[in-house]
Design a protein around this ligand. Structure first.
Ligand SMILES: O=C(CO)COP(=O)(O)O
Length: 253
């Protein structure tokens, strides 16, 4: 049985004060982390403070992206070593918005996954198809290619601890969710790719999240499916009440 993981992706929302208020509001109300892993991926600027504010609770703090080099002349970037130095636990890699607006390639994502592992930061590796790809029937092919590229050169024991997020691009921020069955089918296809690359044990251990318009009213159905082990959540992770509702649903799934 895989432990569910709910990760909020705040994207470029919230002031510093709002971010602290959120963590204050949720941290005493989280379900036990025996039942669910609770993560918030915040703007980089707030990470050290949020790590400190959440240090007595079971809320884990993550970043939304990072560079793959530990240091260097990369103006504006943040390195894995820097994230580790402020005790960040997770990092989202290869989000479709990073791929689209910042030209993040499969090759760069693969290097970033290696860098995250080297610093004991859990990578949340995103994949997903466009509407045109879904309509052309190439969803599984697209996602398989992204996952194979992201996982190139890792050992099975490393892959077991990674988190994969399947986020169909057409479902992000649009209010359109993939049906739970469609999402489950693609998450199952991702698991099959991992089995093909490694073995059944590794495929069974990896946690696969669904993301794309996840809300309190659809989380239960999504999590009832065999291959969906949690959610990567944008809009519905911004308010303490809806974030806590998602966590409760996962704790009771
Ligand atoms: O991109 C997402 C999470 O990474 C999904 O965003 P929404 O939940 O707002 O659709």
């Amino acid at each position: 049985m895989r432990k569910p993981i709910i990760a909020g992706n705040w994207k470029m929302f919230k002031t510093f004060e709002e971010a602290i208020q959120f963590v204050d509001a949720v941290q005493d109300k989280l379900p036990s982390n025996d039942k669910v892993d609770a993560v918030v991926c915040a703007p980089a600027l707030y990470l050290p403070t949020l790590v400190q504010v959440a240090s007595e609770s079971e809320l884990a703090i993550g970043a939304q992206t990072m560079h793959y080099e530990n240091e260097g002349a990369f103006t504006g970037e943040i390195s894995p070593a820097q994230l580790a130095s402020v005790e960040v636990d997770y990092v989202i890699l290869g989000h479709s918005e990073r791929r689209e607006y910042y030209n993040e390639t499969d090759e760069a994502i693969n290097k970033k996954v290696a860098a995250a592992l080297a610093h004991n930061i859990v990578p949340i590796i995103c994949c997903g198809e466009t509407l045109e790809e879904r309509e052309a029937g190439t969803t599984e092919q697209k996602v398989a290619g992204q996952i194979k590229a992201a996982l190139a050169r890792f050992e099975a024991q490393q892959v077991e601890h990674m988190v994969i997020a399947y986020e169909p691009i057409w479902a992000i921020g649009t209010g359109k969710t993939a049906t739970a069955d469609d999402a489950n089918q693609v998450c199952g296809a991702i698991r099959a790719v991992i089995e093909e690359l490694y073995n059944a044990e590794t495929a069974n251990a990896v946690r696969i999240q669904y993301g794309g318009s996840v809300k309190p009213d659809n989380i239960q159905e999504l999590l009832s499916k065999e291959h969906i082990d949690g959610a990567l959540v944008g809009g519905a992770s911004l308010q303490p009440e809806s974030y806590l509702t998602l966590l409760e649903a996962a704790a009771n799934a």
